[in-house]
Design a protein around this ligand. Structure first.
Ligand code: PLP
Length: 294
């Protein structure tokens, strides 16, 4: 039997899970989402992901449809289907379906809640070794990039442009400042200092971004939150991008020119090892799942 997904209080095989064509997620992109990696059957940085979900919901004026224990119960049931395999949970909440297609928000909201879990594909070791090629592009998104909204058309167009130019990701630039990737946060290293742009409405507060800063501080690696001008990025010793599925990826080409010597740098190697150790600790934890909230 095929794996089950969660949809509005039900656990169903994917083929039997249906959403109305009047759903505001479908009609307007009126919803938010999360992607949560799970290692050894345990959701990674769960508390942080659920906090960001609550922030996104609050920003679009929705109540959380479930509490943290209810989310965890769903995640556990879905993850159990693939046991200890590395997985990625996808969670989406939309404002639901109503009789008429009206922009105005309904007074009584019945949200649509979807959660599914899929195998998490491993990073391509060759790509990790070679490093990514990225291009810079003008950020064409809106002013609330801090909300993890399902409305991703601008990200998709920018990502596609990067692909068509032979790059793996686009670094988005607003007012001369490099903010983040189309689906990742941005770091650079200059003279031993790890720098990432400060949180603002122009970028998503990445869970991996925060973890990288936390790991750097624990390990005594100098780090700072500071704006990054495109010209500074061009002079970086190292560039990284981060996300829950990509983890910490080295960038070795920027706009078709090598970053420093064109190879993943020593600071990236340190951070990648710290990140791997952090994942390993989670895998080894065989305590109750509630521990994830710590
Ligand atoms: C625009 C954007 N920025 C940053 C990230 C990285 O966030 P996280 O580390 O929480 O996966 C993502 C993830 O998909 C994203 O879409």
């Amino acid at each position: 039997m095929s794996r089950l997904i969660y949809l509005n209080d039900d656990y169903l095989p994917l083929e039997q899970a249906h959403v109305s064509v009047l759903d505001r997620g479908f009609l307007f992109g009126d919803g938010v989402y999360e992607v949560i990696p799970a290692y050894g059957g345990m959701p990674f940085r769960l508390k942080e992901h659920l906090q960001r979900l609550e922030n996104s919901l609050s920003a679009i004026r929705m109540e959380p449809p479930l509490d943290r224990h209810q989310w965890l119960a769903i995640f556990t049931r879905l993850l159990d289907q693939l046991g200890d395999a590395d997985q990625q949970l996808y969670l989406q909440v939309t404002r639901g379906a109503y009789d008429k297609r009206l922009h105005a928000m309904p007074e009584q909201v019945t949200p649509t809640v979807l959660v599914m879990s899929n195998p998490l594909s491993q990073r391509d070791p060759e790509l990790v070794q070679r490093g990514l090629s990225v291009i810079t592009l003008e950020d064409i998104r809106w002013q609330r990039c801090d909300i993890k909204a399902i409305t991703l058309l601008a990200n998709i167009l920018s990502q596609q442009q990067a692909r068509e130019q032979g790059a793996e990701e686009a670094i988005l630039v607003r007012d001369g400042l490099a903010t983040e990737g189309t689906a990742s946060n941005l770091f650079m290293v200059k003279e031993g200092l790890i720098i990432t742009p400060p949180k603002s409405n122009h970028l998503l507060p990445g869970i991996t971004r925060d973890l990288v800063l936390e790991l750097a501080m624990e390990a005594g690696l100098p780090c700072a939150e500071a704006t990054i001008r495109v010209e500074e990025l061009e002079q970086a010793d190292e560039i990284w991008i981060t996300s829950s599925t990509k983890e910490v990826m080295p960038v070795t080409r920027l706009d078709d020119r090598p970053v420093a010597n064109g190879r993943p740098g020593p600071m990236w190697e340190k951070m990648d090892a710290l990140y791997a150790a952090c994942k390993k600790r989670l895998r080894q934890r065989n305590q109750a799942s509630e521990q994830c909230y710590e």
